[in-house]
Ligand binder design. Structure first.
Ligand SMILES: *[C@@H]1O[C@H](CO)[C@@H](O)[C@H](O)[C@H]1NC(C)=O
Ligand SMILES: *[C@@H]1O[C@H](CO)[C@@H](O)[C@H](O)[C@H]1NC(C)=O
Ligand SMILES: *[C@@H]1O[C@H](CO)[C@@H](O)[C@H](O)[C@H]1NC(C)=O
Ligand SMILES: *[C@@H]1O[C@H](CO)[C@@H](O)[C@H](O)[C@H]1NC(C)=O
Ligand SMILES: *[C@@H]1O[C@H](CO)[C@@H](O)[C@H](O)[C@H]1NC(C)=O
Ligand SMILES: *[C@@H]1O[C@H](CO)[C@@H](O)[C@H](O)[C@H]1NC(C)=O
Ligand SMILES: *[C@@H]1O[C@H](CO)[C@@H](O)[C@H](O)[C@H]1NC(C)=O
Ligand SMILES: *[C@@H]1O[C@H](CO)[C@@H](O)[C@H](O)[C@H]1NC(C)=O
Ligand SMILES: *[C@@H]1O[C@H](CO)[C@@H](O)[C@H](O)[C@H]1NC(C)=O
Ligand SMILES: *[C@@H]1O[C@H](CO)[C@@H](O)[C@H](O)[C@H]1NC(C)=O
Length: 505
């Protein structure tokens, strides 16, 4: 492919993207980011929880990294009001000032308010569901100032079993939300039942692809049964799905992700305590490259410095929020020592194209090496495998180019700095080190001041990662990867490679 064809290819790609009909509410042009209480706190919800968390999201700089929606999950209502058109009532003991007051406070902080309901007779926790009440509930949410709806699948009265039936049930709420006139991000949560990636993009901004995640790297659990090379075809989504189980399911449907419409790998477990630091780094990296929504699922009020550092890695978030909006894909998976890669531990290579930050036509590339083994592994990713989409067997023109390799985790905030942010924001700024929230924030990426798209275009060193090496044509990226860990790189085309390529034309 010539340089000119690369440009033409890019133009065709953008025409194609704009022709695809994602839900037309203008939201989630990049994957949504925020927080949801469910993974850490379940039904233990209240106004205090949401507002305390919201203030910490602002104070810890998480809002300025893009975490925008504060999402209230199940167990918030006390039923319907027969004297008021059967509208839902907020539980007055948990939300004494009502939901509109919560929305007002969140909006005053510059955050969005996420609400939960269920496309069934009851919610999963047994509260009133929205099936048959879509219009009145959408109107109620809009009147409260809701910006986001997570819409679950429990007690669906058997209205599932094929794509048309599931689509119709979820489209009823999509239409009701649209009719309110308020842009409300629609987060469809039917656990991957009836292939929502085939129909979700026309009605919703994201759709869950699996049963519920839990805080576990790779344990096989019979409650989340689909594990193999056909895991996408899962009649029983279940729950208790491990990180690697969900990533495997995502591997088959990466092409369905597009601006405004994303595969949702479920809320993050970073910080919930049952995985190692390497596993949390791997989990966050995987969700980022698959263009999953990044919804924190830990208790921010008790966040540990190491977890704040993971969730604050702007170089990784910039991959998730990349303007080109396409998911990385798995290039290979091998079982360790010849074992079945789907039942035993595996090593994997994923890669995907990102918007160019070199000013040329050649896209940047994200590379993720995943080590599922219980010991450190020297791992290798050849340019031929990284660029296999551009030509099989090493024929891709990119294989003949030279590349800069940048480590996206090298500049992870230190635990000391993260601890200082937490201490300063809690009003106990450490006078010995002199940190306070504003000072600490000054050295960090601020996506409120400069969007990720702008920061990438300006070559922000906080987004591009740290140069580790350069690759000559036909080169191989190598890394020693921790057990249950990843190595994550951004590849940028080197001008000499481009020039040589152009000279050959
Ligand atoms: C409702 O749908 C129409 C047609 O797709 C779209 O133009 C409009 O922006 C939507 N409005 C809202 C509030 O989502
Ligand atoms: C139910 O609706 C009526 C009529 O609007 C209102 O007076 C009453 O306070 C509502 N009840 C609750 C529990 O919100
Ligand atoms: C009851 O709710 C429906 C759906 O939101 C709405 O169309 C209707 O106008 C409401 N009726 C009253 C009396 O508020
Ligand atoms: C592979 O098997 C060899 C021989 O049993 C063992 O020493 C090695 O630790 C295994 N490698 C991994 C990554 O498990
Ligand atoms: C970003 O870096 C690339 C490669 O070094 C360079 O070609 C480009 O001009 C830079 N862009 C800006 C805006 O500095
Ligand atoms: C990566 O390459 C090194 C050096 O050639 C080799 O020792 C190692 O086994 C390779 N790793 C894998 C996982 O193939
Ligand atoms: C990585 O890059 C950042 C930003 O340029 C720099 O501050 C930091 O010292 C670098 N870290 C390493 C380990 O090279
Ligand atoms: C302040 O920070 C220093 C350096 O990290 C640490 O040794 C000291 O214990 C901290 N003091 C307080 C009061 O947190
Ligand atoms: C925090 O640091 C900034 C910049 O040095 C300074 O202007 C501000 O007064 C400090 N705030 C507090 C509460 O110490
Ligand atoms: C980030 O930028 C915004 C807008 O410029 C500013 O209001 C905010 O204080 C900045 N945040 C930090 C942590 O510096």
């Amino acid at each position: 492919m010539s340089f000119r064809n690369l440009v033409v290819g890019a133009v065709i790609a953008s025409l194609f993207t704009s022709r695809v009909r994602a839900v037309d509410n203008g939201l989630a042009i990049t994957p949504q980011m925020g927080w949801d209480n469910w993974n850490a706190l379940g039904c233990d919800v209240s106004e205090d929880l949401l507002l305390q968390t919201a203030e910490l999201i602002v104070d810890y700089g998480l809002q300025d990294l893009g975490y925008h929606y504060v999402v209230l999950d199940d167990c918030w209502s006390s039923g319907r009001n027969a004297s008021n058109n059967n509208s839902l009532i907020a539980d007055a003991s948990k939300f004494p000032n009502g939901m509109a007051a919560v929305a007002d406070r969140l909006h005053a902080l510059g955050l969005g308010f996420g609400m939960y309901s269920d496309a069934g007779k009851y919610t999963c926790g047994g509260y009133a569901g929205s099936l048959g009440y879509e219009t009145v509930d959408a109107d109620t949410f809009a009147s409260w100032g809701v910006d986001y709806l997570k819409y679950d699948n429990c007690y669906n009265m058997g209205q599932a079993g094929n794509q048309q039936i599931s689509e119709a049930r979820y489209a009823t709420m999509a239409n009701a939300l649209n009719a309110t006139g308020r842009p409300i991000l629609y987060s469809l949560c039917n656990w991957g039942e009836d292939y929502p990636w085939n129909w979700g993009s026309t009605i919703a901004n994201s759709w869950r692809i699996s049963g519920d995640v839990y805080d576990n790297w790779d344990t096989y659990d019979s409650r989340c049964p689909c594990t193999g090379a056909d895991a996408w075809n899962c009649g029983l989504p279940g729950f208790h799905c491990s990180i690697t189980n969900i990533m495997n399911k995502a591997s088959f449907i990466v092409s369905k992700a597009q601006p405004g419409a994303w595969n949702d790998l479920d809320m993050l477990e970073v910080g919930n305590g049952a995985m190692t630091d390497a596993e949390y780094v791997a989990h966050f990296s995987m969700w980022a490259i698959a263009k999953s929504p990044l919804i924190m699922g830990n208790d921010i009020r008790t966040i540990a410095p190491a977890d704040l550092a993971i969730l604050s890695n702007a170089a990784v978030i910039a991959v998730n929020q990349d303007p080109s909006g396409s998911s990385a894909a798995r290039r290979w998976i091998y079982g360790i020592n010849g074992s079945d890669p789907f039942t035993g531990p595996s090593i994997q290579l994923w890669s995907g194209s990102l918007k160019s930050t070199t000013g040329g036509a050649q896209s940047d590339m994200v590379v993720l090496l995943i080590n599922g083994a219980d010991e450190s592994m020297p791992m290798n990713a050849s340019l031929a495998d990284i660029f296999v989409d551009n030509g099989p067997g090493g024929t891709a023109p990119q294989v003949k180019m030279s590349w800069e390799v940048r480590d996206l985790w090298a500049n992870r905030m230190s635990d000391e700095e993260a601890a200082a942010i937490i201490a300063a924001s809690s009003g106990t700024g450490n006078v010995t080190t002199g940190y306070n929230a504003t000072e600490v924030g000054a050295g960090r990426y601020n996506a409120t001041a400069m969007s990720y798209a702008e920061g990438l275009a300006a070559n922000s060193s906080l987004l591009l990662g740290n140069v580790t090496t350069t690759l000559a044509p036909s080169g191989t990226v190598t890394a020693t990867v921790e057990p249950h860990g990843v190595a994550m790189f951004r590849l940028r085309a080197l001008p000499t490679g481009m020039m040589r390529k152009r000279d050959e034309l």
